[in-house]
Design a protein around this ligand. Sequence first.
Ligand code: HEM
Length: 419
Amino acid sequence: MADVSDKMDASPPATDPVTDWATDYDIFDADYVANPFDVWDDLRDECPIAKTDRWGGSWMPTTYEDVVEMARMVPVLSSRDPIVVRPPDDGPSDHGDAPDASAYTTVNAPPISSDPPVHTWSRRLILPYFSPKATALHEPFTRQLCHDLIDAHIESGQIDGAADYAQQIPPRVIAHLLGVDPGKAGEFTEWVQGVLEVGLSNPAVRTKYRMKIREFFMAEIADRKKNPGDDLISDLLKAEVDGEPVSDLHVAGTCNLLLVAGIDTTWSSIGAALWHLAAHPDDTRQLVEDPSMLPNANEEFLRAYAPVTMARVVDEDAEIQGCPMSAGDKVLMNFPAANRDPAAFEDADKVIIDRQRNRHVAFGVGIHRCAGSNLARMEMEVALGVFLERIPEFSLADPGAVTWAGGQVRGPRHLPIRF
Ligand code: HEM
């Protein structure tokens, strides 16, 4: 099955090779995307908060302590634009309600794109849908979906663990949760890649897909107003904050977030875990023999292959963790690097599927900690559990054919597996 990014020019424009990662890092450098771990190790030793002017400029902490500390600096480090690449100066916004939309270039995706007080109530509105109990309601659907995906490939002895499997699961689960047509899963994936992957280095693509997502949800909202249902969108439209209804644009922004936050994150985590298992038959065998180890192993996959880096914007000129930061500077919340810090994890560079002490920050930390973590864990456990049950022995068909996406969300995009 073709990856939707095949339809777009997925590769960021070529840039000059990096000679100094401490002062000129490039988050889209192809070698770095495929293997960022050595760079982070070197930076932690030499310059734990690196800086670059590339891609609109940013700072990048690499130690667990700095990342955790900085994630808690609210609102000195604001979440008003959490995308790792600065938007184009003249790019249109998806706020839509701005008096002059061209004045806004930030993202409308509350609560992830808001600071308190908006963050507090917009997060509270969605949390009930992601409790362990609410999440468990989607488990049978997810399990059946995973079996159906394997059924389609089991006879052939090969499957693309990313494009044919991992990528297919989250968009359908999110559609199930939002109460929208799961038949549009392919389009949802294309839109999310348009915004968060290809669009990161191509503003026109980013704007196009942002608009598609907003138009889709505004139409769903209009429909729910005429025909309210028993679903998340209808509930959000009924919600009140301080006696006032929540605006349609806020609801559309939250739905946008749930679509974007729930798709390539989870698919990247499932794909990275399959990539690891395909190359580590001992770990695979242990999990096949004792599936009760899976939840623990999952946490280790999340630690070691954490997919998500978020950004903050410096609110006013300040010295932060010893660095002279200016108002408007971006800071990359490098949760994946924090998870590999030897000061915080024993044998940080090793994947130990029965690791006991594992306070990883793959889901972030502080007020923005992932609201969907129960859902993500359920999807990962079901996806990996079904895969191991149906395909207990497998390996990479062609390690050189594996491709990775990076930047905001890192994970495999092509993962040819044979069994
Ligand atoms: C393995 C999969 C996932 C990973 C690694 C992940 C990671 C993260 C991270 C690092 C943050 C913190 C953002 C920040 O500090 O700015 C976050 C926030 C968030 N995530 Fe996830 N996520 C995953 C799956 C999901 C899923 C399935 C959903 C639900 C559809 C979801 C919904 C959210 C929401 C709503 C927020 C914003 C919370 C807030 O701002 O208060 N995530 N996620």
